[in-house]
Write a protein of this length. Structure first.
Length: 363
């Protein structure tokens, strides 16, 4: 089979530094699509993959939030053509498992099957896997047709990469999971890419008060630009400060985008009696959150997880594109750094240090 050499960010082993190197990528086989990347977002999930919080076969090419143009298609792909702008879908639903049968496509039991496939090879012949299915940290990728979503008109191609994870996740957490209604109060914990998207989603939903929480006071300007009416620098007083801002009771809905036990617990304590706490952040197995039986009864709060924003990308992507065209959703406001492929390791360090919103690799 014909192969082409492209540059990519390879994770050689769990916990090892990323290697920016050339890899040999085959032409698309039946049912597959070759995409030239325009941009790829650097998401905290990529960091979770690299440190082993999320388990994937390695060595692998990381990156799952991407957009680009179709280069070529394999046999049987008739609804896409070279030059078509597309967004990568890292969690394609199979349509046949129990979760898909219930309409919960974000919980598809077969969505990650492709991560075990051989995606590319090093020049020495070592097999490489496709991170979260799509291997977006590369100049080009080859993916199943199910991992490609046509990009609706009116959305800038590079910024559209954010729709593939951060925006679908943040928007869905607010609209599908927390079900924020007009006039309600909301707190969003973590002002990274997903958190900033959640703040914009809360504003679009018509929330009356939107409190952003982050460890870094430097993120206040970003958070307010996204829609926050208030900003709280995280401390041991955070829950009390949020309750005071929300009339003493607490907010109607808290969205946790960090994945740490202390943040989840604080988000829970920040919601009113009968309120909703939605956990979006991905934490490790060492992050244990505890509750006692009496408080569960007394507060009557709901605590729920949220995967990929509880979204169906096939139907939610056009909705989000409409929000972009209408000027209500600002994708570029989520981007704090536009970087090159070689800068991804530095972007990982910035995430670990809690700096910035979303770094976007542009090709």
């Amino acid at each position: 089979m014909t192969v082409r050499t492209v540059r990519a960010a390879v994770l050689p082993a769990v916990g090892a530094p990323l290697e920016i190197t050339g890899v040999e990528l085959p032409e698309p086989g039946p049912g597959r699509v070759r995409v030239r990347l325009a941009a790829a977002g650097v998401c905290h999930s990529d960091l979770s993959l690299s440190d082993g919080t999320l388990r994937i076969p390695v060595p692998a090419i990381l990156g799952h939030e991407g957009a680009g143009t179709v280069e070529s298609v394999g046999e049987g792909v008739t609804d896409l053509a070279p030059g078509d702008p597309v967004v990568l879908n890292w969690a394609p639903s199979c349509g046949s498992c129990p979760a898909c049968g219930r309409g919960e496509v974000w919980l598809c039991g077969n969505a990650m099957n492709g991560a075990a496939a051989v995606h590319a090879r090093t020049p020495a012949g070592t097999a490489l896997h496709p991170g979260l299915n799509v291997a977006a940290f590369a100049e080009e990728t080859v993916v199943p047709r199910s991992c490609v979503l046509p990009l609706p008109e009116g959305v800038p191609l590079a910024d559209a990469a954010l729709l593939g994870c951060a925006v679908l996740t943040g928007y869905g957490a607010v609209h599908h999971a927390a079900k924020v209604a007009p006039g309600e109060t909301v707190a969003v914990f973590g002002a990274g890419g997903v958190g900033l998207a959640a703040l914009q989603a809360a504003r679009i939903a018509g929330a009356s008060r939107i409190v952003a929480v982050d460890l870094s006071p430097a993120k206040e300007e970003l958070a307010r630009a996204a829609g926050a009416t208030d900003f709280v620098t995280a401390s041991e007083r955070t829950a009390r400060e949020i309750r005071a801002l929300a009339g003493g009771e607490g907010v109607d809905a808290a969205v946790e985008c960090v994945g740490r036990a202390v943040t989840i617990r604080t988000a829970w304590e920040s919601t009113r009696r009968g309120g909703r706490t939605t956990v979006v952040g991905i934490g490790g197995t060492d992050q244990r959150v505890t509750f006692h039986a009496l408080e569960l009864f007394h507060w009557g709060r709901t605590l729920s997880g949220c995967v990929y924003g509880n979204c169906d990308p096939r139907t939610d992507l056009p909705v989000l594109a409409g929000q972009v065209r209408a000027g209500r959703l600002d994708l570029s406001a989520l981007v704090t750094d536009r970087i090159g492929l070689d800068d991804i390791p530095a972007a990982f360090e910035a995430m670990l240090a809690g700096r910035g919103g979303r770094a976007l690799v542009t090709f």
